[in-house]
Ligand binder design. Structure first.
Ligand code: NDP
Length: 284
């Protein structure tokens, strides 16, 4: 039986419709949610991601401001810009598009963003709050994945979730989010021995590696839910995931496509977090 496709694009559209209504309500109360996006350098992929985020902001009524700087700026200059945005009451969320040029320390940059405006959920304070179950901005990609899995009505408690990849922005936090939902979580990475033997145990398999079609049908248990986070550009210019979609869809029960899978959900959760940040301001 062929797997059902979890369309991130469709789910994102539905959620964005609700978010647009929330923005309307906030605007009636005199609050216009505002996101500041910082883009350093001229990496084409980063420019395209930022464009997508700004378009999505406009769609739901969030005011987004783009600050672009050349790759030659100093770390100190960038930190000062972030401090200015921290102090600006019209800015509710701050996003620094990664990666940054190698002479700028990314962690230092992230730590400079006020945790109350860290709508990417990367600040160690938000990561820590998430780990101990406090209210926090959840990182957008992991949060989007959780919403996608919940959308198909799977009971996550007790399921074996295998995460391939342990980056700070996807792999590690997505495992934590599913642990919070009472899943049994296993992490795999580049040093994992016999990857397929572990991924084949997954009821829910989440792959965030960045290697085109790494995961074939023999890595997947029949009936598993497969979430493909990877975005890889092929020689023909097309995008593909870390999962061999054509093969795995014949084994899995549910699968996310690339593109139009996790990507649109990541942006949607950024919008959600920005609106939450604006709401918080009302309570301060
Ligand atoms: P990183 O490069 O930071 O991390 C990749 C992870 O994969 C590492 O933990 C690495 O292990 C592991 N890995 C590498 N090779 C293998 C292998 N052969 N077997 C098992 N594990 C392996 O990537 P990100 O987490 O930032 O991103 C992963 C992918 O997701 C990329 O394609 C990226 O473009 C995409 N992405 C998509 C988003 C979306 O919204 N759709 C958002 C963010 C990312 P080790 O730690 O040992 O090096």
């Amino acid at each position: 039986m062929t797997a059902q496709i979890i369309s991130g694009a469709e789910l994102a559209k539905e959620i964005r419709g609700q978010l647009a209504k929330e923005v309307e309500v906030l605007k009636q109360k005199g609050i216009e949610p505002g996101l500041a996006v910082i883009l350093v350098g001229d990496d084409p992929a980063s420019h395209s991601y930022v464009k997508g985020k700004q378009k999505a902001c406009a769609e739901v009524g969030i005011r987004s401001t783009l600050l672009t700087f050349p790759a030659t700026i100093t770390e100190q200059f960038l930190l000062e810009k972030i401090q200015e945005l921290n102090a600006d009451p019209s800015v509710h969320g701050i996003l620094v598009q990664l990666p940054l040029p190698s002479h700028i320390n990314e962690l230092k940059v992230i730590e400079t963003i006020s945790p109350e405006k860290d709508v990417d959920g990367f600040h160690p304070i938000n990561v820590g709050r998430m780990m101990v179950g406090q209210k926090a901005f959840l990182p957008c990609t992991p949060y989007g994945i959780l919403v996608m899995v919940k959308s198909i009505g799977v009971d996550i408690a007790g399921k074996h979730v295998v995460v391939v990849g342990r980056s700070n922005i996807v792999g590690k936090p997505v495992g934590q989010l599913f642990l919070r939902e009472h899943a049994t979580v296993t992490y795999c990475h580049s040093k994992t021995n016999n990857l397929a033997a572990i991924t084949r145990q997954a009821d829910i398999l989440i792959v965030a590696v960045g290697k085109a079609r790494l995961i074939g049908a023999d890595y997947v248990k029949p009936g598993a839910v497969v979430i493909d986070v990877g975005v890889n550009r092929l020689e023909n210019g097309k995008l593909c995931g870390d999962v061999n979609f054509d093969e795995v869809k014949e084994v899995a029960s549910y699968i996310t496509p690339v593109p139009k899978g996790v990507g649109p959900m990541t942006i949607t959760m950024l919008l959600h977090n920005t609106i939450e940040a604006a709401k918080e301001l009302m309570h301060r």
